[in-house]
Design a protein around this ligand. Structure first.
Ligand SMILES: CC(C)(COP(=O)(O)OP(=O)(O)OC[C@H]1O[C@@H](n2cnc3c(N)ncnc32)[C@H](O)[C@@H]1OP(=O)(O)O)[C@@H](O)C(=O)NCCC(=O)NCCS
Length: 154
């Protein structure tokens, strides 16, 4: 296992299409389905960083910024901001794209925290994050404050 990894190493892009079974009676994508897809994308990201099975420990404020409709193409991007001891913060964003116009817009974003487990389901140490871009460095610093807030609210 590497001592540190860049966010790019584990960045995960997932694509879905909204089907009628994913929607409410008005044809709008259900919030729960959206969060499920975001959870899967961020779990893949965390597991590729940790090289361990990871569980969702918390989901911070989930912002439903706009609705997606039946037929829209959903793109979900999950990127690690920082790891601590056994936990990792993953920033997830989702966009909806209209097939005909090809217009894409941000519909959702949230911070997920995952914890890596060993063979006995005990939290275990994960590689550090090595930010490279200015934005990655900014989010790396801010992640520390967000973790503190989570601990206070636990
Ligand atoms: C998440 C879980 C493994 C933490 O176990 P725990 O016994 O509280 O472990 P610890 O107190 O040693 O904390 C381990 C890490 O988790 C973090 N953590 C624990 N609860 C947290 C929470 N609610 N939010 C964010 N981070 C949390 C701690 O800060 C610590 O991070 P660090 O090692 O990087 O400093 C445990 O609560 C659990 O298994 N929860 C259920 C997970 C689940 O079923 N998810 C859905 C299915 S994937």
């Amino acid at each position: 296992m590497q001592i540190s990894k860049t966010p790019k190493h584990s960045q995960t892009i997932m694509t879905e299409v909204v089907f009628p079974n994913d929607t409410n009676p008005m044809g709008m994508l259900q919030g729960g389905r959206m969060v499920q897809w975001m959870d899967i994308a961020s779990a893949v990201c965390a597991q590729n960083h940790a090289e361990r099975i990871c569980v969702t420990a918390s989901i911070d404020v989930v912002k439903f910024k706009a609705a997606a409709k039946v037929g829209d193409i959903i793109t979900i991007k999950a990127k690690i901001t920082r790891s601590f001891n056994s936990s990792m913060e993953i920033f997830v964003q989702a966009w909806a794209k209209k097939v005909i116009s090809q217009k894409a817009y941000l519909i959702n974003e949230a911070f997920f925290t995952f914890v890596a487990l060993d063979e006995n389901a005990v939290p275990t140490v994960v590689p550090k994050v090595r930010p490279t871009t200015d934005e990655e460095k900014r989010e790396y610093t801010k992640a520390d404050e967000r973790k503190m807030a989570r601990i206070l609210n636990k």
